[in-house]
Write a protein that binds this ligand. Structure first.
Ligand code: FUC
Length: 756
């Protein structure tokens, strides 16, 4: 049966009969119509260079990005002399004068940028690759998909008996976006290909088979260049109006490369033309099949480390966008697809050498994107990396560590200028220029635990991999200085007899304004000090500091239960019983490890009460965090409920998280949450199927990772464990739990065993 699309609008079809759904377990996002909106287009990426593929017919738009294209220029954002006001801020807060503290904070304590305000810079779109196919306005048998197994997007349709197929991928080994267009009848492929740019003044020229686009970011100093090369088999290639025209061909290969002048946060003197030339010589001079094979081998080396099967029903035969609103227990494969999509996205937007994934990962078409599409670290950037270690994508964590290295330098100046403290500090945002000082507004911008929270990721990387060299050379120096900052920063509670150490001025993101004593800070700082002490012990260094850190950690305000049984959000005041997207003070439950139903049952119960107060609503990332919270509370069904809420209410047709607007954190948070339902690890214990929802009664997962260096495969049926196998990467001893059963695992490095 044939299907019709008139001018890109779906006109009814039967895809099964058209043979478009192949294997039921295909990990594919697929659609019956081209994307009209950006959040319907399909993302591809090689870590730093990526694109959104619309799958149009007469006109195709491939909107591309380079993750180093930001407004602004290298700049030190610290506010010289802000420390003069630190004591006054604390005094105002202790005297109950929060309004005055906000005013003072906004006047004297905020970041200073090049434009005389306290904002940071914005991530920018790069350009569009535009294709025009005359006569392809009306097509039949249309389909487009994104294959998560091969990281390729395909658009296919038929015009006048000729089937056209466009396959596109972003190659990490060859640093290029590569597309092949084929017609299944000889000589039937004709189209034109050009580039366009949203930045004023960009110069676009074409010669022979190549289009070049060069310019400078509109509100900044970074220069860029992109090159598109078209090669055709059969037919003719010509240049018209700054685009390349192919006529009467069988098949064409398009290679797109791009680069900017960004070298690092202090240096933007690279030559994008030279970089493009080198990249084009490599990718443009290689056969399509060779590029494709190298891309798939590279991608699968990461992607295939972790598999998940939760079962497949007939629902999987429905186009992806139509499954979302109806998501439920009868469509477990959509949960699998969403889990693996998070892993796909991580490989696509965070690879060694790239920038860390920002608020939109790598994908942005707006000159003024929401929250500048930079890095918000009072939850969002960390959430982006929650699944990295657990789901076998350890290498994808590296760009975050590279950024932390820079931030530990820029944050050192901020520690001195704002707090008169040693070490380094980072507030609630950073950008390409590694800004570390408070921004936007004192009521949420003055928040001191951004660097401390991100340092948790350094420790995790060690905990999951046991990489001593990484710990010694990369992680520990950064963790050490982050921890030293808090030795100088914390103050003794002037009110109570316990003489607790208190954090402030700071806030509980983003509720209640500037305060002394937010619970989240205390949990994060305790975690940092304990992890850093543990790291120093492993390395056998800094005995004195170890003692200072662990003594300090013990004196920090402990978690407190409030008058209604909830976990208190602030040391000095009760939490209002209202809903809110942030649930920051449950940090100790997740991603922290200090609250757990078995080890601290009263506090875990207080977390449950808080989650009930806060409700099941929220933005995409908020619901994603709640998937993780409920899993940590060992309540698989509520965890699953939050996954349902996220999929039905906060997911775009292309499965991007809908905050709304699009923000990628919810994708990664959901992947992490599903992993937490199946496996949890504390460093001393691994728990198998800790929070299995009834909706996932049958399934198997392979390649999940656990702290202590383990790879775990699990199979279950009717909600009960059938088989679990553990491989040890480091030879550590570990307790392994399934329900009430606990065993002591003593497995040599490299060995594998069945447990339970
Ligand atoms: C924080 C959140 C918002 C949004 C922004 C990027 O400010 O409160 O919901 O995610 O970051």
């Amino acid at each position: 049966m044939s299907t019709m699309i008139a001018c890109g609008v779906l006109a009814g079809m039967n895809l099964l009969a058209a043979g478009i759904v192949k294997a039921e377990q295909d990990l594919k996002l697929w659609y019956e119509q081209p994307a009209e909106k950006w959040v319907e287009a399909l993302p591809i990426g090689n870590g730093g260079f990526g694109a959104m593929v619309f799958g149009g017919t007469a006109r195709e738009r491939i909107q591309f990005n380079d993750d180093t294209l930001f407004t602004g220029e290298p700049h030190d954002y610290a506010h010289q002399g802000a420390v003069t006001y630190l004591l006054e801020l604390r005094k105002l807060l202790y005297d109950g004068k929060q309004g005055e503290a906000h005013t003072l904070g906004n006047r004297e304590f905020m970041s200073v940028n090049t434009r005389g305000n306290n904002r940071q810079e914005a991530y920018q779109p790069f350009g569009d690759l535009n294709l025009a196919f005359a006569g392809h306005e009306t097509v039949t048998d249309y389909s487009r998909d994104l294959d998560l197994n091969e990281a390729t997007a395909t658009t296919r349709y038929t015009v006048d008996g000729v089937t056209y197929t466009r396959e596109i991928f972003a190659s990490y080994p060859d640093k290029a976006i590569v597309m092949q267009i084929t017609a299944d009848k000889p000589g039937k492929l004709s189209f034109s290909a050009g580039l366009s740019c949203p930045h004023k003044g960009a110069l676009i020229t074409a010669q022979d088979d190549t289009v070049v686009m060069a310019g400078q970011v509109e509100n900044g100093k970074t220069r860029f260049e992109a090159r598109l090369k078209v090669a055709a088999e059969g037919g003719k290639i010509a240049v018209t109006d700054n685009s390349v025209t192919v006529s009467g061909s069988d098949r064409a290969t398009l290679v797109l490369v791009g680069a900017t002048s960004y070298v690092n946060y202090r240096d933007i003197s690279a030559d994008p033309a030279k970089i493009c030339e080198a990249r084009m010589t490599q990718a443009g001079g290689t056969q399509y099949a060779t590029l494709r094979t190298a891309h798939i081998a590279d991608y699968q080396g990461l992607f295939q480390r972790c598999t998940l099967d939760l079962g497949v029903t007939d629902k999987a035969k429905t186009a992806t966008d139509q499954r979302l609103k109806a998501f439920g227990p009868d469509d477990p494969q959509l949960a699998t697809l969403f889990f693996q999509y998070g892993r796909y996205l991580m490989i696509a937007c965070s690879r060694p050498g790239s920038q860390p994934s920002n608020l939109q990962g790598l994908w942005n078409d707006q000159m003024r994107p929401p929250w500048d599409s930079k890095y918000t670290i009072n939850i969002n950037t960390e959430m982006n990396y929650w699944p990295a270690e657990m789901t076998g994508l350890s290498e994808c964590h590296q760009p975050l560590f590279d950024a932390l290295k820079d931030l530990s330098v820029t944050g050192r100046n901020v520690a001195q200028e704002h707090y008169g403290a040693r070490g380094w500090v980072l507030h609630h945002n950073f950008d390409l220029w590694r800004a570390a000082a408070p921004i936007n507004n004192a009521n949420h911008g003055i928040w001191v635990t951004g660097g401390a929270w991100l340092s948790q990721h350094l420790w995790w990387h060690y905990a999951y991999t046991g990489d001593d060299t990484f710990l010694e050379q990369d992680a520990y120096p950064i963790m050490k200085d982050a921890a030293i900052f808090f030795l100088d920063y914390l103050i003794e509670d002037p009110k109570g007899e316990e003489k607790y150490l208190v954090s402030g001025p700071s806030n509980s993101p983003e509720r209640g304004g500037l305060v002394m004593g937010p619970t989240m800070d205390h949990q994060i700082i305790r975690n940092l000090l304990n992890n850093t002490t543990a790291a120093a012990k492993v390395l056998g260094v800094d005995k004195d500091l170890q003692k200072q850190w662990s003594d300090t950690a013990k004196r920090i305000v402990p978690n407190q239960v409030g008058s209604e049984g909830q976990l208190k959000e602030w040391f000095y005041k009760e939490e209002p019983k209202t809903g809110h997207r942030h649930v920051s003070h449950l940090w100790g439950l997740h991603p922290g490890l200090e609250i757990h139903p078995r080890t601290t049952p009263k506090l875990a119960e207080a977390c449950r009460v808080t989650l009930t107060f806060r409700g099941d609503g929220g933005t995409g990332w908020s619901k994603a965090w709640k998937i993780n919270f409920w899993a940590r509370l060992l309540d698989g069904n509520h965890s699953y409920k939050m996954l349902t809420e996220a999929l039905r209410g906060n997911t775009y047709p292309n499965l991007f998280d809908a905050h709304p607007p699009f923000q990628i954190d919810g994708n990664f948070g959901a992947t992490s949450g599903i992993a937490e339902m199946l496996l949890q690890s504390s460093g001393t214990e691994i728990e198998i199927l800790p929070a299995l929802p009834e909706a996932f009664a049958n399934g198997n997962v392979t390649g999940l990772r656990a702290r202590g260096g383990f790879v775990v495969d699990i199979e279950w049926r009717d909600g009960a464990l059938v088989k679990a196998e553990i491989e040890s990467l480091c030879g550590n001893d570990m307790e392994v739990r399934y329900g009430d059963k606990v065993i002591d695992l003593k497995l040599k490095k490299g060995m594998r065993t069945e447990v339970f």
